[in-house]
Design a protein. Structure first.
Length: 208
């Protein structure tokens, strides 16, 4: 197990480093390699339950989305659809772990964050406005369920899921703002680090 974790961490570090400093080919190589290693790590988790396979399917959807982003821009809609499916599967997994409760400041805060993000980039999204709004919506829902799970069942597993979901939300918010509104220093590296860490923590929850 320890070697699998080390392989994932090393590959993820190479991916983040390539995003920050290059070369570009190294980023294209180690991003799918890291996701495949994460998939293998998830598969090795002991005593996988039926709902745990939702995480594996979510990783496969993410892998498909990443592959689609390498194609021409007109394929971006399909990539967003794959990422939406990934976060939907994660959301279904989270929903299976909890009894629905409501701590109202939490969804309110997430709605404000989501609303501000969409308002910032809306005029630049063109034909992708509603697909991206829907994708951000499922990511906010995923983050809400993960946070509610931790608030009402504060275990190590729940904290790991919450941290992973919030990092994925952060990654997508920064990507939207930097890609469609304004670039800033190290934005790609921050997105890559949050993206990798988010998926890694969600997979790690299977081992807790």
């Amino acid at each position: 197990m320890i070697w699998s974790f080390l392989a994932v961490l090393f590959s993820g570090w190479l991916y983040v480093d390539a995003t920050y400093r290059g070369p570009q080919w190294q980023r294209w190589v180690f991003k799918p390699v890291t996701l495949l290693l994460l998939l293998g790590l998830a598969w090795q988790a002991p005593m996988l339950q039926t709902t745990d396979y939702l995480i594996l399917l979510g990783l496969l959807a993410t892998l498909a989305g990443d592959a689609l982003t390498l194609l021409p821009q007109k394929r971006m809609l399909y990539a967003i659809g794959a990422f939406f499916l990934s976060h939907l599967l994660y959301t279904l997994y989270l929903a299976s772990q909890m009894t629905l409760t409501l701590f109202w400041p939490l969804p309110l805060a997430l709605l404000i964050v989501g609303g501000l993000t969409i308002a910032t980039v809306w005029s630049r999204l063109e034909d992708l406005r509603w697909p991206i709004a829907t994708f951000l919506g499922i990511t906010l829902l995923m983050s809400w369920l993960a946070s509610e799970l931790y608030l009402f069942r504060p275990t190590d597993n729940a904290f790991t899921l919450m941290a992973g979901a919030l990092l994925l939300l952060l990654s997508n918010i920064i990507w939207l703002i930097s890609h469609y509104r304004r670039r800033f220093s190290a934005d790609s590296a921050i997105v890559a680090a949050s993206y990798f860490a988010g998926h890694f923590l969600i997979v790690r929850s299977l081992w807790l």
